[in-house]
Design a protein around this ligand. Structure first.
Ligand SMILES: Cc1cc2nc3c(=O)[nH]c(=O)nc-3n(C[C@H](O)[C@H](O)[C@H](O)COP(=O)(O)OP(=O)(O)OC[C@H]3O[C@@H](n4cnc5c(N)ncnc54)[C@H](O)[C@@H]3O)c2cc1C
Length: 295
């Protein structure tokens, strides 16, 4: 199918894009990689009157380190993140999750900002950004706002960005010393959206005691779910199998996924627990290996 007719606009700067989005109001949609927007338009599930193409905005493309953070421009292609040495060194959780997004052809076009703004509850990037406590930077003609990941994702395909606001970059804290991370997911076939995915981080001190942990899940709710209680229970003790089991049970009991054509709610709850346990074990093993390497 072809999309309904629309006006195509190609601004040359972020300021121009913001002015267009403000002037045109809710009938305008930004176009990033088009990997979600174009199918939705083709199926006529979305009918924007104006499409504001962000692909000419070089200022939104790039990965840099800034004051203990990795800063990724909204128009950075997912494949560029996947193949970045800086990302794998400073933010290995993100590097591990990237290849699980669709297929390489999709990641060649799909952008970081597009995935986060689209806010698909089964997508990998929102869960990674939530696990890391990342911040989303949005701009409009009225100024700039910084939104914490947990406040950014507010519901199914819905974010806290207001009409006229453009997501311009995401800031992720870089991995502290003695931190291990892991991203695991189950999907029906390679390249499919995750039925359930888990992002986990574990940080240990010099004695090998856990000082911080984070768990975030995808596919089990309308937004990424951050399992604060299960993660907090790991802090203060050396990471151990029984603690990972307990965290898995806690997560499994607390999430309330919907059933759909692909999997029942019960199955997703079970997998959420199993993947939490395995991701924590993997992350802790990586943290401990780093700790030993630093002795
Ligand atoms: C076959 C297939 C399989 C896929 N599998 C997966 C998968 O396993 N996991 C996964 O996470 N994704 C998957 N995707 C989706 C893919 O990751 C998309 O790239 C992503 O969802 C959207 O990014 P995009 O750059 O293509 O954005 P677009 O499709 O251009 O835009 C998506 C939405 O975000 C808005 N938008 C875009 N950029 C901005 C911005 N800077 N500020 C504000 N709003 C903005 C658009 O207006 C639109 O509403 C798949 C896609 C396909 C076609």
């Amino acid at each position: 199918m072809k999309p309904a007719a629309f006006d195509y606009l190609s601004p040359a700067s972020v300021e121009e894009a913001l002015a267009l989005l403000t002037d045109l109001g809710e009938g305008a949609k930004p176009l990033a990689g088009g990997q979600s927007l174009v199918p939705l338009m083709n199926f006529r599930l979305v009918r924007p009157q104006h499409v504001v193409d962000l692909n000419g905005l070089r200022e939104l493309d790039g990965i840099r380190e800034d004051d203990g953070h990795l800063v990724i421009g909204a128009m950075t292609r997912q494949r560029a993140v996947e193949t970045s040495a800086l990302v794998s060194e400073r933010c290995p959780l993100l590097a591990e999750a990237m290849p699980q997004i669709g297929h390489v052809q999709i990641r060649n076009r799909g952008t970081v900002g597009g995935s986060l703004a689209h806010a698909d509850p089964a997508a990998e990037l929102p869960a990674v950004v939530a696990a890391l406590g990342g911040e989303l930077i949005v701009r409009s003609t009225r100024g700039r706002r910084v939104i914490k990941a947990e406040q950014f994702f507010v519901g199914y395909l819905t974010t806290a960005a207001r009409p006229g606001e453009l997501l311009v970059e995401v800031r992720l804290p870089t991995s502290p010393p003695r931190t291990g991370t892991a991203f695991l997911e189950v999907s029906r076939r390679h390249g499919d959206f995750a039925l359930v995915g888990v992002a986990a981080t574990v940080t240990v001190d010099e004695a090998g005691v856990c000082t911080n942990a984070a768990i975030a899940l995808t596919g089990v709710g309308p937004t990424p779910i951050v399992a604060h209680d299960a993660a907090r229970a790991l802090v203060g003790a050396k990471p151990a199998a029984n603690a990972f089991d307990a965290a898995g049970r806690r997560v499994s009991d607390s999430v309330q996924p919907d059933s759909d054509l692909h999997a029942s709610s019960e199955y997703r709850k079970h997998v959420a627990g199993v993947l939490t346990r395995r991701a924590l074990a993997k992350a802790a093993a990586r943290a401990t290996a780093k700790e030993e390497a630093q002795r």
